[in-house]
Design a protein around this ligand. Sequence first.
Ligand code: SAH
Ligand code: SF4
Length: 356
Amino acid sequence: MKCIKDYTLIKLEDYFSELGYEKFRARQLFYAIYLHRINDFSEDTTLPKELREHLRNFFAMDAISSVKTQMAADGTIKFLFSLVKGSAVESVFIPWDKGLKERRTLCVSSQVGCALDCSFCATGKLGLTRNLTVGEIVDQILWAEKITGERLTNVVFMGMGEPLQNFQNVVQSISILANTKINLFNRKNITVSTSGIVPKIYDLAKIEKPVKLAISLHSTLDGIRETIMPIAKKWKIKELRQAAIDYYRKTFLPITYEYILFDGLNDSELDARRLARFVRSVPSKVNIIPYHRIDFMPLNGISKELKPASSEKIFQFKQWLHSYGVKAFVRSSSGYEIDGACGQLAFSNRYSMEFL
Ligand code: SAH
Ligand code: SF4
């Protein structure tokens, strides 16, 4: 059975036209799902009865359901969702409260597992099971809001998977999330993070409602990137830089560079200087990410050798970047104790494994 949340508004309008209904019916259903949060088609009394019946017979309302939630002391919540079509994914809710500024972010998954096999990432160790559907992506947000009772302010595609390898579905889910009629999110509060799938960065710059782009850089040297990120063999740092420049020129949205700091690998002053030179080509900021160990997975090769830089080194690296005029922040390790921090999403307990 298809899920109704796989449909963007335009697709729903087309479908209703085929059925012989007027387009505004699609809008009514869209409002009912995303604004009124109906649980069943029968609750949408704005629609004619026979249309409600038809929808009940041919469409599922939900693409996922909640299996388990774990909360960390810092308020981070990790959700394990089972997918109606089989398998499971994790998403992470990260509250952030700095007085006047308040953010409630959901880190969503775009794939079950990931094919790219970065040596530092637990999701990569799982390999790829499949791409998520549009409904499975959008439903992570609706379910997180339902469970927490909170309205989210931001979405980051930094959960399981490489979003640009599930391009169509990610872009369609953005078209729902950033739809101004239902106003779930400002498009500038949606971030897609990529390990550097260069041609797709060019494509993402051209979508109807462009969103923020984060690039997982981790080094400005091809040699180092290639040892920790197999995808770097395909697209070189120069090409990545050109794609980032193009992205900024088309969207006017500053780029975020993600940089995991590994002890002795990419954490020298020279590395900071090279990074500063690299990121200066367009307005941007650097997020320094502490390396979260993934010892709960079987490791081999370089994965075994990677060590986190000390917190003193992280601070020092940030200061170096600041001294070169680069905006740099240290990403918090929200959810570390529940294996919900960056790169740790891999169904780290047996209970989750049963759903794979
Ligand atoms: N596939 C995308 C998005 C998911 S990964 C990407 O690679 O960008 C989200 C972020 O977590 C990326 O910046 C990634 O480099 C980072 N990450 C992966 N494993 C990590 C780990 N063990 N510790 C810290 N960050 C990690
Ligand atoms: Fe995939 Fe991103 Fe993990 Fe690399 S870091 S394996 S691209 S999810």
